[in-house]
Design a protein around this ligand. Structure first.
Ligand code: ZN
Length: 103
């Protein structure tokens, strides 16, 4: 294979990546963790001496923003959407890494 063909192939691949990036939906970085909490109410079920049942699950999004770790709670109603955005971000990262690898 000569150099011109190789370059053309690479350009085609890069164009494909660009097209995929344009179809990228909303995205956000991070990962979701599940938590169960104990509250401050005396006599609450979460402090039952025999069978404590903690509150939750609560979903927390953990991410890094400008080099700092951050987190926020995610309401159950938007959990699915947030998971989709996280997956989109992973896809975005994969595509850009692939692109950089071709240059
Ligand atoms: Zn409680």
């Amino acid at each position: 294979m000569n150099t011109t063909q190789t370059i053309e192939k690479l350009e085609t691949k890069i164009d494909q990546i660009k097209a995929q990036l344009q179809n990228q939906g909303p995205m956000r970085p991070g990962s979701i963790s599940r938590q169960f909490n104990v509250c401050g109410k005396p006599g609450c079920r979460c402090k039952d001496p025999k069978h404590p049942r903690r509150h939750g699950p609560y979903y927390q999004l953990n991410y890094v923003y400008r080099g700092k770790k951050a987190s926020r709670f995610i309401r159950k109603e938007v959990l699915k959407q947030v998971r989709r955005e996280l997956a989109n971000y992973k896809g975005f990262r994969r595509l850009t890494e692939h692109w950089i690898g071709l240059v």
